[in-house]
Design a protein around this ligand. Structure first.
Ligand SMILES: *Cc1c(COP(=O)(O)O)cnc(C)c1O
Length: 395
């Protein structure tokens, strides 16, 4: 007897409007097909130094950044393991799932974890950070997520950085999903370790971390006997790896470095300010469209809404998973869900890298409006698209 098998064909979405991983730029995809060179080949060693130089220009730092060879969660965990010493008091600022999550790593390495936590549709108030230092002058390290992606909200990173610096403490910043999509840089926010990656606003696939490390952070890590060495979590091992005459501690992710090179070329050639404008315009069109459709954005205030992700409250009576599935299967658009505490409460439309194009706001609104209509919700999709087009055409 012949065995029968039903094969359900799952097709790719026509548009991936997620908040990471993101749809990569075509030039990045082409770079992924470049020859995979031996890492000790002088061509690769020269190339690696040149890519690090480009990353330095993009990050606007004086010192060369460190590339770690795993997606940015590696950089975040490595920062906690390397910078935080066992006698440190750490202040973790939590306004969302990523901010809160960093506290779990910090706790593993520190003497005591102090936390400021605000509702996940809100942002950290710098005055609360100032108050925390008054209460606990022994705080040595402060950690904060700039754009808490599962909420689509921004923290006032430059103000927080000024307070941390004034108290002589060290600052770890997660800027994974904001760097490259808006004006945020390690030296402007006085970060001691600034963690980002090419896999969000620079439009690469996930696979690398970019770290900007201050001089005093290098000193603190070197003085920390527990800072990882000869480990995948080591930052210290990679301090000089950018130099063409230095060996790599481990094999770098050659193809990902090729992709990063192409992404940095795109970013620097278009011009960072133009790239940020495109992210800002797309998100503004999207937010105005959401409101005109009769829905609400997740962030408590427009001022804290990220230009790289629009988080939308799921209307009452609608199931978030059904909404995402209907947008994807019925309209060909893949959005991001909430995570942890925000799961089920919101959906997210990403505006990152390639998808930070104003017309994608209209695509997102059309799919969201269409899906909601199909699920029986009373939304005015047409008004949403009109509002988005008004933002775009008034440019
Ligand atoms: C994407 C992202 C990271 C990287 O982590 P993954 O969840 O593994 O992609 C870290 N921090 C933030 C804020 C991010 O958006």
């Amino acid at each position: 007897m012949e065995a029968t098998m039903t094969v359900e064909r799952i097709v790719e979405p026509a548009f991936t409007l997620s908040s990471g991983p993101v749809d990569a730029y075509p030039a990045v995809l082409r770079a992924l097909s470049r020859t995979v060179l031996y890492d000790f080949d002088p061509v690769f060693q020269h190339f690696y130094e040149a890519v690090t130089d480009k990353a330095k220009v993009a990050l606007r730092t004086a010192a060369p950044p460190v590339i770690l060879h795993g997606e940015p969660v590696l950089g975040l965990e490595a920062a906690a393991a390397s910078l935080i010493a066992r006698d440190d008091v750490v202040l973790n600022l939590a306004s969302g799932v990523y901010g809160k999550g960093f506290g779990f790593w910090a706790k593993r390495y520190c003497a005591e974890l102090v936390e400021i936590e605000v509702p996940y549709d809100d942002a950290i108030d710098p005055a609360a950070v100032e108050a925390a230092f008054r209460e606990r002058p022994d705080i040595r390290v402060v950690s904060v997520c700039h754009h808490d992606t599962p909420s689509g909200t921004l923290n006032p990173i430059d103000e927080i950085g000024r307070i941390v610096a004034a108290h002589g403490a060290y600052l770890i910043v997660d800027a994974v999903s904001s760097f490259g999509g808006m004006d945020v840089h390690p030296e402007a926010c006085q970060a001691d370790i600034f963690v980002t990656g090419p896999n969000k606003c620079l439009g690469c696939p996930p696979g690398l971390t970019l770290l900007a490390v201050s001089g005093r952070a290098w000193d603190k890590m070197k003085a920390n006997p527990d800072a990882p060495r000869a480990s995948i979590l080591s930052i210290l091992d990679w301090e000089n790896a950018w130099r063409r005459d230095q060996p790599f501690p481990f094999t770098p992710s050659i193809s990902e470095v090729n992709a990063l090179d192409a992404a940095l070329d795109l970013y620097l050639e278009e011009g960072p300010e133009a790239v940020w404008r495109r992210h800002a315009l797309t998100s503004k069109a999207c937010r105005d469209g959401i409101r005109a459709m009769g829905m609400t954005i997740w962030p408590a205030r427009e001022a804290i809404a990220s230009p790289t992700t629009t988080a939308v409250r799921v209307p009452d009576g609608i199931d978030a998973d059904a909404l995402l599935a209907t947008a994807r299967d019925g309209f060909g658009v893949s959005f991001s869900s909430g995570r942890g505490e925000t799961k089920g409460k919101l959906i997210r439309i990403g505006h990152m890298g390639r998808t930070a194009q104003p017309l994608y706001a209209v695509v997102g609104l059309a799919a969201l409006g269409g899906a909601l209509r199909r699920l029986g919700a009373n939304v005015d999709a047409g008004a949403g698209m009109e509002a988005a087009l008004a933002v775009i055409s008034n440019q």
